[in-house]
Design a protein around this ligand. Structure first.
Ligand SMILES: Cc1cc2nc3c(=O)[nH]c(=O)nc-3n(C[C@H](O)[C@H](O)[C@H](O)COP(=O)(O)O)c2cc1C
Length: 299
């Protein structure tokens, strides 16, 4: 039999997540509750919106997909994220009333980075951040939607943190080394992610998560995980391995496309219900109590 090489980090990631199984702990268990706290605010579940961009008006509807999922975030009381957008679109998103983190691109035009961060702060963002895993393309620095990206030093990141009163979140952390640098520059949270497989053979975020969690012990840095998270079981595994919350991106796209805000609400509610179910089955009634003791690793 031939051996087929797999470099796609999305496939490697799915296989890793599916290799983790649950024990049951039913005696003395009570029905779980999915409320949680993140950076001083209460949310209904540890399941956050993704930092998306480029979503236009699905089905010819009036609002863009970005606004539709932001409305769902507001109605569900979950933390909202948005990625590469111009200021006018950011304003529409924040005006939905969703608590929103703006993830700014590592633009080569540093004035644009600072302008977008300042705009976010002035218009009521919950937090700001940067996706540091979108610096490189295969020919050098990446170009996205005609915008050049460039390298970001620790000093540059620190200067963004110092320029704002908002919590700063670094997205695209996939090593203990970068996680510790994020703590050093004063980031309040990181998103452990490979940005849907930008790097071939990228380590599954959940595989490296326990090491990152351990390295950040005693540092004031919260952890979010994304990539391939599509069910309550996936969210549970992320939390059990050390995350405070997980973000669901591509898995909610079909519901968003079909039914807009209501589709996303129903998708997230289903994921939350499965999370609650697995928590109850494994003996954890509160999100903050979940640990890895009910996980079984099969590889
Ligand atoms: C259509 C689309 C647009 C995205 N735009 C951004 C972006 O502008 N900024 C960013 O940090 N990540 C962006 N992402 C990456 C997601 O935030 C997320 O990290 C990635 O899709 C992995 O999560 P998932 O597997 O749940 O989709 C985008 C992803 C998709 C599919």
């Amino acid at each position: 039999m031939g051996y087929e090489r797999i470099s796609d980090a999305n496939i490697i990631n799915e296989k890793y997540m599916d290799s983790i199984l649950f024990e049951e702990r039913l005696i003395d268990s009570i029905a779980a509750d999915t409320e949680m706290e993140f950076l001083g605010e209460k949310f209904s579940m540890p399941i956050f919106m993704p930092a998306f961009s480029h979503l236009s008006n699905f089905g010819g509807r009036e609002l863009t997909g970005l606004e539709e999922y932001s409305l769902a975030a507001k109605e569900l009381n979950v933390l909202n994220f948005v990625g590469m957008v111009e200021n006018d679109m950011f304003e529409k998103i924040v005006n939905t009333g969703a608590k929103t983190v703006r993830i700014v691109k590592p633009y080569a035009d540093n004035g644009k980075v600072r302008d977008q961060m300042q705009f976010a702060e002035a218009h009521g963002a919950f937090g700001i951040g940067m996706d540091i895993d979108h610096i490189f393309g295969t020919s050098g620095y990446d170009i996205c939607m005609g915008e050049n990206m460039t390298a970001q030093s620790a000093d540059m990141l620190r200067s963004y943190v110092e320029a704002s009163k908002l919590p700063f979140i670094v997205k695209g952390v996939l090593s203990v080394r970068d996680a510790l640098l994020c703590a050093d520059i004063g980031a309040k949270a990181i998103i452990v992610s490979h940005h849907h497989g930008r790097l071939p053979y990228a380590v599954p975020p959940m595989m490296i998560l326990p090491e990152i969690k351990e390295a950040l012990k005693g540092r004031d840095v919260r952890i979010i995980v994304d990539c391939g998270i599509a069910s309550g079981s996936d969210v549970y595994k992320a939390i059990a391995l050390g995350a405070d919350a997980a973000a669901v991106g591509r898995a909610m796209l079909p519901s968003l496309e079909k039914d807009g805000t209501n589709g996303v609400k129903s998708c997230f509610s289903n994921i939350r219900d499965e999370l609650r179910y697995v928590m109850s089955f494994t003996g954890f009634s509160k999100v903050r109590d979940i640990d890895g003791s009910a996980l079984r690793f099969t590889r």
